[in-house]
Design a protein around this ligand. Sequence first.
Ligand code: PEP
Ligand code: MN
Length: 360
Amino acid sequence: MNLGETIKKGKRPFVIAGPCSAESEEQVFLVCKEIAENKSAQMLRAGIWKPRTRPGSFEGIGERGLEWIVNAGKYNSLPVTIEVANKNHVDLALKAGVTSLWIGARTTVNPFAVQEIADALTGVDIPVMIKNPVNPDVSLWLGAFERFEKVGVTDLAGIHRGFSVYNHRKYRNVPSWELPIAFKEQRPDLPMICDPSHITGNRDLLYEVSQKAMDLDFDGLMIETHPDPDKAWSDAAQQVTPNQLKKILDTIVLRSSEFSSGVAHDIAKIRTQVSNLDDQLFDLLSERMSFSEQIGQLKRENNITILQQEHWRKVINSRLGKSDEYHLTEKFVRQLMDAIHQESIRHQTAIMNPINKING
Ligand code: PEP
Ligand code: MN
């Protein structure tokens, strides 16, 4: 199969479902049968070699799971995919007849491992999906694709599974949507799948993240699905039953990425107004910085420090207090004011110490 074409030309979203880990032949078969029968997914996933954060947790059923997955897929007419992390995994997966492979987030971070897998696939025509690295680095993610393309593996897709953070109050891995968006800017040709299971770590949040991915024009979803999620041997809190998966998918509202010509005209008109406002915003910012330079000049002449802590505290607090009035979040007001303040300090520093050129 050509996965890229199937995803791009088929109905959106292309859904990949199945357990975090293959646990038994019955479990894999049951999930596969149910997602095929309720038509919630177009591909079966299951992990047999699990990259666990700490040793001692379930590290996967290993090689014997290959047969369960391949057979379940054949019987239920679904293509299947597993995670591979080294050459040995690749060789075993190819021998067993697995339809497609994915590279896990902890593998994408390591160019040696990615190269080893790519080399093992030289001359093999098999689709490969590449999860983003656990750290927010778009180049590293793009580089992994290039390693496969260099050895002739060109049927590729990306999987966005969020990025590691310490103790986030909502997500297991923060989505940082700007990264997959930046990726898509560079590689609009590649399908992009979202993995809300690993982003959220929580089945109650799967719907909202899936909906968001669809609104950002992602092509597909990978959602961990288990016959009895609470008893799963890994990632129990984020897995759902095939029935629950179907409900989540049925609730998603799919919006078109193309405008009808009437709407396109209305939107173009408003975009012009937005663009005019952006022009004014930047003119204002530029003018504001020239005042900062005048202040910098006076501070220089009078030997006063650039940062005036007490003044800045008043300025920022007064703006934050008006967030509601502006209909802006406090977080946005804080980020914007910080950025303006940093730029203002840069202009003043250039005046104070002329060696720091304004545009340097
Ligand atoms: C998985 O898909 O089960 C998995 C281990 O994911 P990730 O590589 O995104 O952590
Ligand atoms: Mn998992």
